[in-house]
Design a protein around this ligand. Sequence first.
Ligand SMILES: C[S@@+](CC[C@H](N)C(=O)[O-])C[C@H]1O[C@@H](n2cnc3c(N)ncnc32)[C@H](O)[C@@H]1O
Length: 208
Amino acid sequence: MGLFLKFINQTRKPKGFLGKMMVNRMNGGGHVKLANWGMMHLKSYAPNDILEIGCGGGRNVRELLRRYPASTVTAIDYSEVSVEQTTKLNADAIKEGRCTVEKGDVSNLTLPEDKYDLATAFETIYFWPGLDKCFEQVVKVLKPGGIFMVVNESDGMDEEGLKFEKIIDGMKCYTAEDIKTAMKNVGFSKVKSVHHKSKPWITVLAKK
Ligand SMILES: C[S@@+](CC[C@H](N)C(=O)[O-])C[C@H]1O[C@@H](n2cnc3c(N)ncnc32)[C@H](O)[C@@H]1O
């Protein structure tokens, strides 16, 4: 496998030196604009307990803590590199007791049930082992009335996303309809999606 392929495959589960480079890259550029666009759709929602799933380099954890100063954020990722980088970036909030970072796999969450007001997933569901199976885990840990938000750079039909799907092991791009169907399958209500006006970005929101 060439260096570019090795590097780009770090998006799925960052590991070692290349994985560190990848999570640093995730914390900047396009991912930031995408995540901010996604968070905009939460409007006046004011969550107390937030779960950030597949936290990568932890930039979105920091942003959620900044946007919701009265909240706490639990961040999980199954990559040790992601856990390490998120922990470093959010060291102050961890000291203040507002943030916890744990190694965990979304397909088998061991977090408290019915706890979170908001669960977020930015650029990560492409790699989850089956939407229904993983969304069931998200429902389990959300409070009744809690919100699940998925934000993806690919709408499942764009050339760029489908190109990456071919070269990144285990990656699957989904349409907003695919995501909404899986959300409804596991019992979410009030499922809705927003498509960016000029980019293939999607935000999908659902209520428990
Ligand atoms: C492309 S990165 C996105 C990181 C971050 N959310 C962002 O937007 O910058 C995908 C992240 O999801 C994590 N991930 C993938 N599958 C996961 C799973 N089953 N459980 C927990 N984390 C997972 C990866 O380790 C990686 O850190």
